[in-house]
Write a protein that binds this ligand. Structure first.
Ligand code: NAP
Ligand code: ZN
Ligand code: ZN
Length: 346
């Protein structure tokens, strides 16, 4: 086994603290890499607090992982020692079901294996990227361009693909009016991709202080959702709304902003079931949809797109010892716009 150091939650009420554990030996198809940076996703916080239930503790969160390859298995052909590499939210799937065959491993019909808070095919718990190294099957390791800032690439592995994938699926671009709800880690990537794909992007935010940043990130318009007048002026305005909000919120209020035939795409994962009045759907033939991360081929496509178009995340680098206070700021919506852990501080 390979010794690893990380930060873990021992149960859903304790803060993260240093923890030593073991990773599996490098198998013939495995890639081992030293983790340089790991992004901090709101899902990490949901999971260590057990918001969605079924938490496996001790839990080492982190699924926006980048670093440098230190060892490869005898059969590995896609990576060599010294290459930059990344791991996102998935580390395994069946590879044979209809969805896996189409590169939709996140929707594996037998259940994909998450990077942490999951059990691998060997029955052992998986541990994420708030640590110094990781061992992953090469099929789930991504190539990272050396042309982009490495810490700013880390959040692409979740915040990036989670927003890229639905925009591509619904072919959102030129001629579409896109509303992005919530300007946090996912929201700021949604602006960048939406603008890059040619959509007219409006940020719908509860934080007046984020207006200038929204414009700097490329958004064309900003609506303060706590201002009823501003909201009223955007009724029936959007073809699509991409909803990245992490906490319970009022769907009826946002759905009124959709045009006839408009679609509200949910990527945020508040812990409670959502409530949608039927008339919000039937009045204007509106739809509600959801989207989960992205498959491995699309994640590589997104990383390559970012390298070609110079797109990265706007980050605030933190030392691992500051992770618990970073979570407190995240809960207050005070992330500009992704915390990234410098994993050499572990
Ligand atoms: P984040 O950085 O904390 O951003 C969430 C933003 O939502 C906040 O910055 C805030 O923006 C807004 N917000 C928070 N509470 C709100 C409330 N009560 N009402 C309205 N707006 C509120 O979080 P994130 O990392 O982007 O993640 C967002 C959500 O997506 C989380 O639930 C996460 O678990 C989920 N997620 C889902 C997937 C997937 O595959 N579907 C993947 C990754 C993450 P403003 O200040 O602008 O209002
Ligand atoms: Zn995530
Ligand atoms: Zn499958």
């Amino acid at each position: 086994m390979i010794a690893a150091k990380g930060y873990a939650a021992q149960n859903h009420t304790t803060p993260l603290a240093p923890w030593s554990f073991e990773r599996r030996e490098v198998g013939p198809h495995d890639v081992q890499f030293d983790i340089h940076y790991c992004g901090v996703c709101h899902s990490d916080l949901h999971q260590i607090r057990n918001d969605w239930g079924q938490g496996i503790f001790p839990m080492v969160p982190g699924h926006e992982i980048v670093g440098k390859v230190s060892k490869v298995g005898s059969e590995v052909r896609k990576f060599k020692v010294g290459d930059l590499a990344g791991v996102g939210c998935l580390v395994d799937s069946c590879r044979t079901c209809e969805n896996c065959q189409q590169g939709l491993e996140q929707y594996c019909l037998t259940g994909a294996v998450g990077t942490y808070n999951a059990k691998g095919k060997d029955g052992l718990p998986t541990y994420g990227g708030y640590s110094n190294n990781i061992v992953t099957h090469e099929d789930f390791v991504l190539h990272i361009s050396d042309q982009l800032s490495l810490p700013a690439v880390a959040p692409l592995l979740c915040a990036g693909i989670t927003t890229y994938s639905p925009l591509r699926h619904w072919k959102i671009g030129k001629g579409h009016k896109l509303g992005v709800v919530g300007l946090g880690g996912l929201g700021h990537m949604a602006i960048k991709f939406g603008v890059s794909f040619g959509a007219e992007v409006t940020v719908l935010s509860t934080s007046a202080s984020k207006e200038a940043d929204a414009k700097k990130l490329g958004a064309h318009h900003f609506v303060l959702t706590t201002d009823k007048e501003q909201l009223r002026s955007r009724r029936n305005a959007f073809d699509f709304i991409l909803d990245t909000v992490s906490a319970p919120h009022d769907f009826k209020m946002y759905m009124a902003l959709l045009k006839t035939n408009g679609t509200h795409i949910l990527v945020g994962l508040p812990p409670k079931p959502i409530e949608i009045p039927p008339f919000s759907l039937t009045n204007q033939r509106r739809s509600v949809a959801g989207s989960g991360i992205g498959g491995i081929p699309e994640t590589q496509e997104m990383l390559d797109y970012c390298a070609a178009h110079n797109i990265v995340s706007d980050i605030e680098m933190i030392d691992i010892k500051d992770i618990n206070s970073a979570y407190e700021r995240m809960l207050k919506g005070d992330v500009r716009y992704r915390f990234v852990i410098d994993c050499t501080t572990i």
